[in-house]
Design a protein around this ligand. Structure first.
Ligand SMILES: Nc1nc2c(c(=O)[nH]1)N[C@H]1C(S)=C(S)[C@@H](COP(=O)(O)OP(=O)(O)OC[C@H]3O[C@@H](n4cnc5c(=O)[nH]c(N)nc54)[C@H](O)[C@@H]3O)O[C@H]1N2
Ligand SMILES: Nc1nc2c(c(=O)[nH]1)N[C@H]1C(S)=C(S)[C@@H](COP(=O)(O)OP(=O)(O)OC[C@H]3O[C@@H](n4cnc5c(=O)[nH]c(N)nc54)[C@H](O)[C@@H]3O)O[C@H]1N2
Ligand code: SF4
Ligand SMILES: [Mo]
Length: 676
């Protein structure tokens, strides 16, 4: 038995260091690395089963060519040479007829390795194809809101929570999506009574450990943050010296916005009690170093940017940004200034036509001049995870679209492909990793050879680059040599890593010497007033106002969709693991007992979720995890696992206020018995 130190590549802020136990060339067990300070010897419930993922009988063994109708999932095996030759020939013909913009590379985050993620983008960048405006399905809204307020810089170090005197989990289900931070928080609670506040419309697992749980109404976080600021000012708990020195525009907010957010009005908007709002504000005002762990949950709706931005301003009023253990953490990645362009933008035009990640369906159906004629999907499953899934599937059914999907599994999207390529998993490829929710960087060595004929994203990008006649050096380099390109011209702590240590797999801490939260806005301060937003025609000051389209929808439909991560699934990345699929159970939704009773629906029934866009069939659970008026659907699950369809069939492709992100939760609907 062999032990190989690897790095978890799943889309998760923790970026665990893992030990793969390998027997006869086969990964038989995965374990958290006991020598990594943040991983602290444990992996999550999903990755503990990654031996099942890598050895899953459902993996694709060889390249496949479509033999049946589009979408029918009928394929015949072909060789890699046949597959790559066919792809290159098709792409060359399309480029000759319609130009490179007729091709779209659609690759995202299911492999977090910097090369396996970036080199696919690099291939399409160099080819000069249409460019994916990536991440709008996920974090562009929260990132844009953070950047405009704090600047493109990482937030608090999660490991500094040992210094915190209060932790606020705001729109993040930490017990599901950030388990290593959560374990530090729970340890703090056990050993020194660290108080925890959870602000979430869902009574999450994290909420069960909270000293104060605030079941906030979806989409009202800005109002709560402003209500707390109102109380801090009223009770003289605002840090005037910090505000004067490090923030911009607070005086105007204090005059023009805060008077409108009395505890009574805040309670009306948020659905919380005045007593709970007062209690929360008092806890926050009394604390010296409160750490707010921000999730993306509050940003998955129309005014999501405004919500996150307003919450992020709170530690500017309390002055907690100045203290280790205080402040806010959304993401950390922006502080790791590696030379990403070496891999992602080796050559190619400076700008090209953009396709928004979440509008794939719309653009496949309607984009002109030129239309998208070839699509390459890698580490992404838009036939399930993209809003307006009906449109995505209709687009994928186009006879004149040439679709290639590279995936370890025959995903729902792959079923629509003309060519399917088998992908290696992270356990079967070398890569460089840096966390997006912690300050660590690490080289991950492959633990086993790829199963069957699977090949890594890097491998395939390099092979296609060669066939397309690209001459960039990066497409010829072996993994370690390619990784070294990240360090050329980079500055900051990551650039100082000793290559010998790095390539030996030693975890490298890349936290910056900490002297208070830095601000990289145009003013160099935390911006309560944002000129950048004013220029975009957006409100320059934080506020909460109802959205007219949402108000109209809410008048027509009785329930609002709440979307939250599944505990034993992450989007569709673990749907090829039988154990986890069963552990998560058949795709379900949750209704409050009052709403279920009003509809005559019982726990365990098959139900129909519907609105103007269509219908989806799921199992029903009835409990008070949610408030009345809300239907919770955890995760996004493939259609063939559910009674019928998948939740994104009901979600529109409308944009958020900032970052052109997805508004899954600006979805209204009703629930009734499943037909027949
Ligand atoms: N309704 C609703 N929809 C959502 C969300 C929501 O909250 N609500 N959340 C959104 C968010 S945050 C995100 S990030 C997206 C995620 O959505 P996607 O980006 O589609 O991610 P996954 O479903 O995790 O995985 C995509 C595919 O990548 C494959 N894969 C895994 N590893 C590799 C690899 O190394 N190489 C290749 N080539 N393929 C690999 C997996 O098998 C899987 O089929 O979904 C979004 N969709
Ligand atoms: N187990 C598991 N882990 C995951 C994933 C997964 O699918 N499963 N996905 C991964 C990916 S790609 C990402 S981007 C991250 C995302 O992880 P997070 O940043 O935590 O974001 P979300 O999962 O969208 O939502 C988190 C919480 O926000 C709550 N919420 C929803 N609306 C509101 C609101 O209006 N206000 C407030 N205060 N809360 C609200 C939801 O109920 C949910 O509990 O997690 C990653 N980790
Ligand atoms: S907690 Fe996140 S990084 Fe750690 S093993 Fe699980 S998915 Fe991977
Ligand atoms: Mo995400």
């Amino acid at each position: 038995m062999n032990q190989v130190r690897v790095v978890c590549a799943h889309d998760c802020p923790d970026m665990c260091s893992l030990i793969a136990h390998v027997d006869n060339g086969k990964v038989v067990r995965i374990q958290g690395d006991p020598d990594h300070p943040y991983t602290a010897g444990f992996a999550c419930g999903k990755v503990n089963r990654d031996a099942d993922l890598v050895n899953s009988p459902e993996r694709i063994a060889t390249p496949l060519r479509r033999v049946g109708a589009k979408g029918s999932g009928q394929f015949a095996p072909i060789t890699w040479d046949e597959a790559l030759d066919e792809i290159a020939a098709k792409w060359k013909a399309i480029i000759a007829e319609s130009g490179p913009l007729a091709i779209l590379g659609y690759a995202y985050s299911a492999h977090q390795g910097l090369m396996n993620r970036g080199m696919v983008n690099g291939l399409f960048h160099a080819l000069g194809t249409s460019r994916l405006q990536a991440g709008t399905v996920c974090d562009t809204c929260c990132e844009a809101a953070w950047d405009v307020t704090v600047g493109p810089v990482g937030g608090a170090d999660p490991e500094d929570v040992v210094h915190s005197d209060l932790v606020i989990s705001w729109g993040a289900d930490l017990a599901a999506t950030n388990v290593h931070f959560w374990s530090l928080v729970e340890h703090g609670k056990k050993t020194r009574g660290l108080p925890i506040v959870v602000i979430d419309p869902r009574r999450t697992r994290s909420a069960k450990s909270a000293d104060l749980y605030l079941p906030i109404r979806i989409g009202t976080d800005a109002a709560l943050a402003l209500g707390v600021m109102h109380i801090l000012v009223r009770d003289k708990l605002a840090d005037r010296a910090y505000i004067a020195q490090h923030t911009l525009g607070f005086d105007q907010i204090e005059r023009e916005v805060l008077p409108r957010f009395t505890p009574e009005r805040t309670a009306e908007i948020t659905g919380l009690s005045v007593a709970d709002i007062e209690k929360f504000a008092a806890m926050y005002g009394k604390a010296k170093k409160a750490m707010i762990r921000l999730g993306e949950g509050m940003t998955r709706l129309t005014a999501g940017g405004q919500a996150l931005r307003t919450v992020v301003l709170l530690p500017g009023v309390s002055g907690h940004y100045a203290r280790k253990g205080g402040g806010a953490l959304l993401l950390t990645a922006a502080s790791c200034d590696l030379n990403y362009a070496a891999i992602r933008k080796p050559s190619g035009p400076a700008t090209a036509r953009q396709v928004n990640h979440l509008r794939l369906g719309e653009e496949l159906l309607n984009m002109k001049g030129p239309a998208i004629r070839a699509l390459y999907v890698s580490a992404n499953n838009p036939a399930v995870t993209c809003p307006e899934v009906h449109k995505v599937r209709k687009g994928l059914l186009r006879e004149d679209l040439f679709t290639v999907v590279h995936d370890p599994f025959l995903s729902e999207t792959a079923r629509y492909a003309d060519i399917v390529l088998p992908a290696a998993t992270y356990l079967e490829t070398d890569d460089l990793y840096r966390a997006y929710g912690a300050y660590w960087m690490q080289w991950g060595q492959k633990a086993a050879e790829p199963a069957g004929e699977a090949r890594s994203n890097v491998d395939v990008a390099q092979a296609l680059a060669k066939r397309m006649g690209l001459s960039d050096r990066i497409f010829t380099l072996a993994p370690q040599d390619a990784a070294k390109e990240f360090f050329k011209g980079s500055t900051g702590p990551a650039s100082k890593a000793d290559p010998a240590q790095l390539f030996a797999g030693v975890p490298i801490n890349i936290a910056h010497g900490w002297d208070g939260q830095p601000f990289k806005t145009p003013s160099g301060k935390l911006e309560f007033y944002s000129e950048q937003l004013a220029k975009q025609g957006l409100p320059p000051m934080p506020d909460w106002v109802p959205d007219p389209i949402e108000t109209e929808e809410a008048a027509r439909w009785p329930l609002r969709l709440l979307t939250a991560p599944g505990y034993f699934q992450a989007h569709t990345a673990f749907s090829g693991v039988d154990f986890l699929r069963n552990r998560e159970g058949k795709p379900f939704c949750i209704l409050h007992p009052d709403d279920a009773k009003a509809r005559g629906l019982a726990d365990g029934a098959e139900v129909r979720l519907f609105n103007d866009r269509g219908e989806v069939g799921l199992m029903l659970k009835v409990n008070d995890e949610v408030q009345p008026g809300v239907v919770l659907v955890p995760g996004q699950r493939p259609s063939h696992e559910s009674v019928s369809g998948t939740i994104n069939m009901l979600c529109s492709d409308r944009y958020t206020d900032m970052g052109e992100g997805a508004t899954y939760q600006s979805t209204w609907l009703d629930v009734g018995p499943w037909r027949g």
